[in-house]
Write a protein that binds this ligand. Sequence first.
Ligand code: GDP
Length: 282
Amino acid sequence: GVPITLHLIFFQAVASPPSSNFLLLGPSGAGKTAFTTLLEAKSSPASKKSQSTHTSQQSTLVTVSLPPDVPTASNRYRSVNDPSLKEAARNPIKYRVRDTPGHGKLRVSQGLSELQAMAQSKDIKTRLRGVVFMVDTAALVDEATLRDTATYLHDVLLVLQKRAKNGSSSKRTTEIPVLVAANKQDLFTALPPGSVKEKLEAEIDRIRKSKNKGLLDASADSTLDDDEEILGNDDLESFSFKLLEHEVGVKVEVVGGAVKGDQQEEYGSGVRRWEEWIGMCL
Ligand code: GDP
């Protein structure tokens, strides 16, 4: 019986690969709950009506499927006539999204500790494939919102940087990429993704410069925590996502979309380009 059992285990491993986990972060009101609800509805259209509404007090983990025509890293060269497309429609690729609960400060601290736990996990079942950081692009014109959002993103990137730097060079950890989902592009007051990127980079630059200055001032006394780290490099070069990728290996992409526009196909591509980003992580 042993060989047969082994064979079955092997077959199962091939037939259903371990779930790929994505963590959904971002400030309150960005559209995270709306996004997970939409992904769930798209994954099981028949049960659309019975979708549970997510409460904001619990962390939710939903299993959703990738639309069959969205390419993944392993099948991106597939042609539209490929019979495997039909197979994909019958047996779609699944992935898991964890939405983070809470309000305000709580949301941020819970999101960050969730990220820390998932990013450090060596268990293949909980291994993190990517982080989707959602922002409300219509709200970013407000200075305080921009600062809050950039601070949150800065802290997320610092967790990933520490993880990247702690990985031994012999057994390199795969870096966890970040998608900044520039949501609400359907609103006419929304900033385009390019300017969202510029604003976030400039604000993160300000944050790290003031942190660096704080560290220099603090180094006069001996209470300095040597765990403190500066995002990107310590040079005077201004911060950019490119710099972070170059220096640390953590990739950040800013991609526009709209949860609201997805069903109508009116507003750009809805969530399609985010699903394509997810597909490339699978
Ligand atoms: P969360 O706090 O990040 O989970 O945000 P929610 O999912 O609760 O969304 C906050 C508000 O933004 C809700 O009223 C949503 O209907 C709205 N919203 C989400 N996505 C979009 C979008 O793409 N366009 C517009 N106009 N509103 C959106």
